[in-house]
Design a protein around this ligand. Structure first.
Ligand SMILES: [Cu+2]
Length: 133
């Protein structure tokens, strides 16, 4: 009986250890608040892909040398960038997938025309990638 119960003890210990390893490896991590600096130079976003996890609260700090609208598709977040200060874009990454980010150049003198010509004017500058947590 002594040998038997110590064997069970070893098996239980091994099982417990395995569970701890699996939990540690797979994460179950809590949503994070991320602050990500983004710059737009020559029609290209840097980083070209923003990677976050589902549920994260994301604050993009967008700097652009050119004046225009920063547009995150599907999430449908659009904001004017290109001033002296970086622009904060804050959202919760609740939808997973890969989302286009485009830039709409807006010369101040024909701002109204751009509202209509949205699709022709926009330039792909990068992606947002939201992975399941
Ligand atoms: Cu767009």
């Amino acid at each position: 009986m002594k040998i038997g119960s110590s064997k069970i003890g070893v098996v239980l210990l091994a099982a417990a250890l395995l569970i701890v390893i699996v939990i540690a490896a797979c994460g179950g991590s809590d949503p994070e608040e991320l602050e990500i600096p983004v710059s737009i130079v020559d029609g290209q976003m840097s980083p070209d892909t923003i990677e976050v996890k589902q549920g994260d609260t994301v604050a993009l700090k967008v700097e652009s040398e050119e004046h225009g609208d920063f547009h995150l598709h599907i999430y449908d977040i659009e904001k004017e960038v290109g001033g002296a200060e970086p622009v904060d874009l804050i959202f919760v990454a609740d939808a997973t997938g890969r989302f286009r980010i485009t830039f709409h150049a807006t010369g101040e003198e024909h701002e109204e025309d751009n509202r209509e010509g949205h699709e022709e004017e926009e330039v792909d500058i990068g992606f947002l990638e939201v992975r399941p947590r």
